[in-house]
Design a protein around this ligand. Sequence first.
Ligand code: JFZ
Length: 456
Amino acid sequence: TEKKEIKYGPITPPHRTDDDMNRFRAYGLGQFIHWGIYAIPGNEWEGVSARGGAAASEWIRSWSGPTAPKNWKRIYDNLYKQFNPKDFDAKRWAKQAKDMGAKYMIFTTKHHDGFALWPSKYTDYTIAKTPYKKDIVKEVVDAYTAAGIDVYLYFSILEWNNPNYMGKAPQTDEEKKRYDLFLQYTRNQLLELLDNYPQIKGFWFDGTWDQSWKRSYEFTYNLEKELREKHPGLIIGSRFRNDEFEQRHFDSNGRLLGDYEQGWERKLPAAYEWLNGNDWDAVMTIPPNGWGYMKDWTGLYTKTADDLIDMLMQSVSMGGNFVLNFGPDGQGNMHPGEDKLAKEIGEWMRLNSEAVYGTVHADFPVSKLGYYTQKGTTLYLTVFNRPVNDLVRIAVPKNGQLVPISAELLLNNQQLMVAHSDMGLDLDKNTYYTITLPKAFQSDRAFVIKMQLGKP
Ligand code: JFZ
């Protein structure tokens, strides 16, 4: 295969083995929080829903069409004057995330509307100019860090209301000058975030798809270097920059740009092989789409705890982290539906998190019953589809690999019978072990079978 000469390829090695990256790999479950000015409308304005007129609730500023209010952008750009979340308590959020079992969280410091939730020195459009005044990013970083949850900062490069921002590559000298000011502004804000909140573990970049940013590969390459030098161990996903051929996420030779693959947004890989051994996380909304607060969930399919636990285990079984999004309202309260799901997931995690934290992809044939995860010689099967005859068959390739020699239910340590039980199909490349579930054992949710592996 021909390799292209690439000057602006990856800066970090493909599979970092330092403590910070190992910590990232072990998280399993994370929380995303989208919070900003868009929390005030909550996807509607004066009783009119923005559904269909805006891409998602946090995109409501770009609401257009017949239902959009007159002068909507001007209204939106003045909403910060009423941002005063009287119920906001970062410690309460952090406790909820901890009880849910989240090991890391990602917080929107600045979304596409350009509003900074920290008192940035480089713009007037910040939390300092609201009636609330206090530094929200600081409160979040401090509360989550104190709760033992690692913090990552979401940062949108793209800014809708910044006169120096432009989507297309700058053409005239005047445009080039303005865009250069924008790049310096972006650099200043990122260095400011690292100065203000040195406890953070990484950045989650967004809004990097425009031609203007893609053409700035030399600038973004140097900026990534600078951020990493300033903050050793920093973790950056693949959505920050591109190579000089405008290849994003992966460079022109297919190498990951950044420390983990960041393309799994409201979708999951179907097979482990798709991932080429790269680290990754998946970010997921509860409603079909909509990351910011949505007052009205009626008529939408909102994912259930079972849906989300299934996605969590699918992700972890393929070596990724699963990050569930929350969109608090304009007063700082989670949606009641989010409260309920956080509690349900937390209850499940209290019984089963051993199959999540610090586990890796298990090299066993995919099972129709659920998902495998592994830690050393302990194998976990999270069962979502219980067999009607209560016989759980574990396929093991006939290549001398370790086999299950004992099994128990993770939630109560009840021992289960394991028997070697081939069907005698000569062409089968697998051998089978059958685990018998007690009829008396019933479960409303997925449950985990914990197995010890050994020589047959
Ligand atoms: C972006 C934002 O536009 C959105 O508001 C939200 O913050 C989300 C987490 O990120 O939306 C995206 C970004 C990337 C993809 C899809 C939607 N993608 O890579 O397919």
